[in-house]
Design a protein around this ligand. Sequence first.
Ligand code: ZN
Length: 384
Amino acid sequence: MAAAATLREITAGDKEEDVSAFRSHCRNFLVESILQIQKRFDLDAEIHDIVQCTLPQNAAPTIPPSLEGICQKLTYLRELHNNEKIDREWREHAMHDKVNGDLNWEDKMALSGITVVCILMLNVFLTRSEWIDMSHAYRENMNGATDPFEISLLHYGATGRAPFAITYKMRLNEHSGTHIDAPVHFSKGKPTVDELSPENLIGHAIVVNITEQALKNPDYEVSVDDFTNWEKEHGAIPKGTIVFLLTGYGKYWGNVIKYMGLVGNISGDFHFPGIGKDAAQWIVDSGKIKGVGLDVRSLDRGQSKDFFAHRILLGNELFGLENVKNIEKLPTRGAIVYVSPMKIKNGSGGPTRIFAQTDPVARSSHQTASIVLLLSIVFAILLK
Ligand SMILES: [Zn+2]
């Protein structure tokens, strides 16, 4: 055996052996010996770790069991050399490199910098929050406007003071396009649009999907069951929620016949879904909902003759949103919606820009977690 020959050589020479020379010579011997020991004594040691242990310059990633322990079966080896001493030297070497390996200040700063960049990148990838525009653009010949939206050019081109300027003049009904119904719209004395506070106009959104029922039946009325079933499936509606009802009619925007349900109906009667009386009362009684929006022209269905949804919801100081766009892009829950109506003094409603941010909760918790992680690692590096 080559390793045995090497050992004989060392001991037969009876001279002062250089420790490093011995290490390299005995490595082969150890490998073969330990392989045999593993076979014979079922020793629970990885040959890789043991070999690593014999190479001080390549100290193992984890400190292996003591060489003395590994070699306890090798009585003949222990007799031949002072393994305890070698073991101690190797372990000191490994400890020095792997445990007490102090970084200098430049290394620490570089490591901190790399850590900051990595965590910021991670943060960007983890926080893919999306913004959704929920308003249709105002233009002439909008679907179902009570009065036509009119816009005309007032000025185009050079002015006395600037090489270019453009200005339009417009005329519109408060209740055209994507707009808000302020409580006063159907309830005398209730808040006007300019009295709605910003905190009332921002809130968590949920989406109740009634597309299946509504596309089958254009006169569909949202029922109490639609809400209770939603809660069974998705949990209780949180307080301060803005509810969006997805009827599926939003996809017909631009086609007034289909959007207003005038197909085969020359009488002018509208056929589009809306909120039923009982459902409107349930929304109010829940005490958790501050506004309701739909992707149709009205809170009440096209066939409504009494506007109960308007009367009940607005009468209890909720606001309504009509002709809302992109409800289908909102998650069922978890988005935050910003409702930003034109602030018209004593207005009953007004053109409204609505936009939503998806997953803001996950976003803020990712950011918090990232900052905590970042600070912890930087401190750990700097204080080490
Ligand atoms: Zn309205």
